[in-house]
Design a protein around this ligand. Structure first.
Ligand SMILES: C[S@@+](CC[C@H](N)C(=O)[O-])C[C@H]1O[C@@H](n2cnc3c(N)ncnc32)[C@H](O)[C@@H]1O
Length: 304
């Protein structure tokens, strides 16, 4: 990843750690753990124990999984030594010996990893990391290998992003809750023929200093039907899509337009009629058909 600080020595950007900024602005392990446990219980009628976090990076989710329940165990897999070492020191070891004894991380390729004594109840690949695997055949190989790494009745869970805006070059900036910095998501290039896209995460601080290209992603953007068909081809027995529930926003339109909301118009012929603003609830329901949206994030859950 190519990172550049547009900052002088002593600026805020110069003192920041990009992994901490990423964890604070992108990751939300509490919500993810709630979703994973709830869906496993719903589909399997019991609590999961072992979570395997593929493309785990700093193993933040794997560590929080083990912190959330003393019975839980986690496996993390990533190719990048530096990121794994950072996570070992700052997340896993920092959580204390007892928690650390339940998190096993491996520097391996998710396409090859297999250990008979490390089968998981749930494997997750979050923050769209499977899009790194560009050819369809490689994605299917990954799904096949993940299926092999699941215990009986195991689930593979993926997050997906899309919407009409996903095919555009956009730059979105937001303040990170309770933090003094801004997170900037840039979709710099999108090729409609191959669906290859180039994205960056930048951070900006109160003194105007920035970390440009703190993280850089070269992805092939997948569609939901493409992912579902690839999972079925890899042998998964049942694949479900979960869509986020939206609620009508209470604030007036000017305020909510700046927030992460979706605007819909009930009656396009009536210009006088006000748009309805919908707010994300963080709750997901199983869906087969939904209205089109500018942007969305959903979950796919595949049963072994
Ligand atoms: C976008 S980060 C994901 C971080 C974390 N999972 C999250 O939810 O934010 C992608 C990670 O995938 C790792 N990676 C890329 N290809 C991989 C592969 N074939 N096997 C294992 N890890 C891989 C990279 O080293 C990087 O740390």
């Amino acid at each position: 990843m190519t990172q550049s600080n547009t900052s002088s020595v002593g600026s805020i950007a110069d003192q920041m750690d990009r992994h901490i900024l990423y964890q604070k602005s992108v990751q939300d392990p509490e919500t993810e753990i709630e979703f994973l446990v709830e869906k496993y219980k719903e589909l399997r009628g019991k609590e999961p124990v072992v979570l395997r976090e593929d493309f785990c990076g700093t193993a933040f989710l794997a560590t929080e999984w083990c912190k959330s329940n003393p019975k839980f165990k986690a496996i993390g897999i990533d190719l990048c030594d530096d990121t794994l070492n950072w996570g070992q020191k700052n997340n896993i070891s920092a959580a204390g010996q007892e928690v650390a004894s339940r998190v096993n991380i491996y520097k391996e390729n998710v396409l090859d990893f297999y250990k008979e004594d490390e089968l998981a109840d749930i494997i997750c690949a979050f923050n769209f990391s499977y899009n790194i695997l560009k050819p369809r055949t490689t994605l299917i190989d990954y799904f096949k290998n993940a299926r092999r790494g699941l215990a009986d009745n195991g689930l593979l869970v993926l997050d997906v992003f899309g919407g009409t805006e996903a095919y555009d070059t956009v730059e979105e900036e937001r303040e990170v809750d309770e933090e003094d910095f801004n997170y900037i998501w840039q979709q710099a290039k999108f090729n409609p023929i191959t669906h290859e896209m180039q994205c960056y995460i930048h951070f900006e601080f109160e003194d105007g200093s920035r970390i440009d290209k703190a993280f850089s992603y070269e992805w092939r953007l997948r569609t939901i039907p493409e992912i579902i068909e690839s999972l079925e081809e890899a042998g998964f027995s049942k694949v479900r899509c979960y869509w986020e529930e939206f609620a009508e926003a209470e604030e007036d339109a000017d305020e909510v337009e700046d927030a992460d909301t979706v605007a819909t118009s009930d009656d396009e012929e009536d210009d006088e009629e006000e748009d309805v603003y919908l707010e994300e609830t963080g709750e997901y329901y199983e869906a087969k058909e939904v209205d089109n949206q500018e942007s969305w994030i959903s979950y796919i859950v595949a049963e072994k």
